[in-house]
Design a protein around this ligand. Structure first.
Ligand code: 4AD
Ligand code: MG
Length: 460
């Protein structure tokens, strides 16, 4: 394996090196061709200078953008502006030609267009930066939890229970959908004859399994793909997205919020340190002031208010929202954005939501009206974290499940946990792509995930 372009660009001038990559641009001038080589290892490209005396010069000069080459030569101090070192080519091997119709030419393409060529867009500059940051962020997340002694749980992807109780699940079955589906006595599809002998779906969240492990390992987290068949075609919803869900035993809502703040600040700090060049790129081209925003986030503590206070603030704002706000209604994205962007101007926890609009597992507060829930809202993106203290009292939990019309049989093990050594516990879920949108300034979730799964589209 040869060295990456990132390593080469950081090294001292030296003879006899080999660089491999794809051409970002080529530029001919008199008897010289300048090749810009990129291999995704960093934002910058390595300039290779090829003189007319180089074997195969005519062919090299005719190479199109996107072609793959291997260049051998001496790394020398660059006489020109713009780079510290350059590669004086002794030989150029053409590894893979790109056709003249290669769609990624040297100009700004719209993100909408780039989505239609998701097999080539990782080679575009912006997407190189996005996916390097994506990698750095997931490493930072694992490091954060590992440093604090959290155990990672691999929660299942196929499940028979609906964690959020919202019925937005993708069915998993081996039934022949073109044939006759087996029916039970009541005339309904008989999943007892399906692969798992019960109805199954792709998970919407690993939380319930996370709770099982938290009640044995104290502090755990999941990090995996989750799936939601919500037909909301927005810039912030994907049908398949990744979620990080820490769960802590002997912990209440305050502890949960403290961890969430520490978590967000630490992972942002690490990405700032490790991906400085990429963050500066986003700052220049995608969101002006991004670096300042992130540096401020790391330093100051987050704001917090109750749902009731939030509704009062919205009513007092004098803004005309598309959706009316009144106590008991869910906050819409326009409300969330007003609160975090205009009212407080930084990340904001909204806590203690009405119990009717939150999931069945959240712990009921003493007022009998609200639950110990928390959403973390951030400017531009809105909700990036949803979490809560869990209902640890069996009778309350059963009553909530009845209220939501959930089948207690399916959740027998979840209820059983409250019978054997149950303790106060709490956790939250961070939407990985939402966090990436916040970190990069990218405005559409389709542009921070390698291959987006959204309503009407599962290509690539
Ligand atoms: O608020 P949610 O639905 O919470 C849960 O799933 C809990 N089980 C988490 C927990 O307490 N362990 O989802 C958590 C986060 C949201 O705040 C959002 O960032 C992200 O997941 N999210 C989505 N991201 C992209 N596309 C979607 N369709 C999303 N739905 C939720
Ligand atoms: Mg939520």
């Amino acid at each position: 394996m040869t060295e990456t372009i990132k390593c080469i660009l950081a090294s001292e001038p030296q003879p006899g090196i080999v660089a491999e990559g794809w051409l970002r641009t080529t530029r001919a001038s008199k008897n010289v061709v300048f090749l810009e080589l990129n291999d995704g290892s960093c934002l910058e490209s390595l300039q290779a200078v090829v003189e007319a005396s180089t074997p195969g010069f005519a062919e090299i000069a005719a190479l199109g953008v996107g072609s793959a080459v291997r260049v051998q030569g001496d790394l020398i101090p660059s006489p020109a502006q713009g780079q510290r070192v350059e590669l004086k080519a002794a030989s150029v091997e053409i590894v893979g030609q790109a056709g003249a119709d290669y769609p990624l030419q040297k100009k700004r393409h719209s993100f909408e267009f780039l989505r239609t060529i998701a097999h080539l867009r990782p080679r575009a500059k912006t997407f190189g930066a996005v996916f390097r940051v994506r990698h750095a962020l997931q490493m930072a997340i694992h490091r954060f939890f590992d440093n604090r002694g959290f155990i990672q749980v691999h929660s299942p992807i196929i499940t028979a229970s609906d964690c959020e109780g919202a019925g937005q699940m993708f069915r998993v079955t081996t039934f022949d959908l073109d044939g006759q589906l087996p029916k039970d006595d009541a005339g309904k599809v008989d999943f007892k004859r399906d692969f798992f002998e019960t109805a199954t779906s792709l998970t919407v969240s690993g939380q319930l399994e996370g709770e099982i492990f938290a009640l044995a390992f104290k502090n755990v987290y999941t990090f995996g793909p989750t799936f939601r068949a919500e037909n909301s075609n927005t810039s912030r919803h994907a049908a398949e997205f990744w979620m990080i869900e820490p769960e802590m035993a002997f912990c209440d809502l305050r502890g949960d919020m403290a961890l969430a703040q520490d978590f967000i600040q630490c992972i942002v700090m690490e990405v700032l340190e490790r991906c400085g060049e990429d963050i500066d790129f986003f700052d220049q081209w995608i969101e002006k002031g991004l670096r300042k925003k992130l540096e401020a986030l790391v330093k100051s503590s987050f704001e917090a208010m109750t749902y009731t206070e939030a509704v009062a603030a919205l009513a007092k704002s004098g803004k005309s929202f598309e959706y009316q706000v009144s106590w008991g209604a869910d906050l819409q994205s326009e409300h969330e954005r007003y609160l975090t962007e205009e009212l407080v101007g930084r990340p904001l926890f909204v806590i203690d939501y009405p119990k009717e609009i939150k999931a069945f597992y959240m712990r009921q507060n003493d007022d009998d009206k609200t639950v110990a829930a928390m959403d973390l809202l951030v400017p531009q993106v809105g909700e990036i974290i949803g979490g809560s203290q869990r209902e640890d009292r069996l009778d309350r939990l059963e009553a909530a499940m009845d209220r939501f019309g959930l089948d207690k049989q399916t959740y027998w093990w979840y209820l059983d946990l409250r019978r054997h050594g149950g303790v106060p516990h709490a956790g939250f879920g961070l939407g990985f792509e939402r966090a990436l949108m916040y970190l990069t300034g990218m405005q559409n979730i389709r542009d921070v995930i390698p291959f987006a799964r959204v309503p009407g589209s599962a290509e690539f």
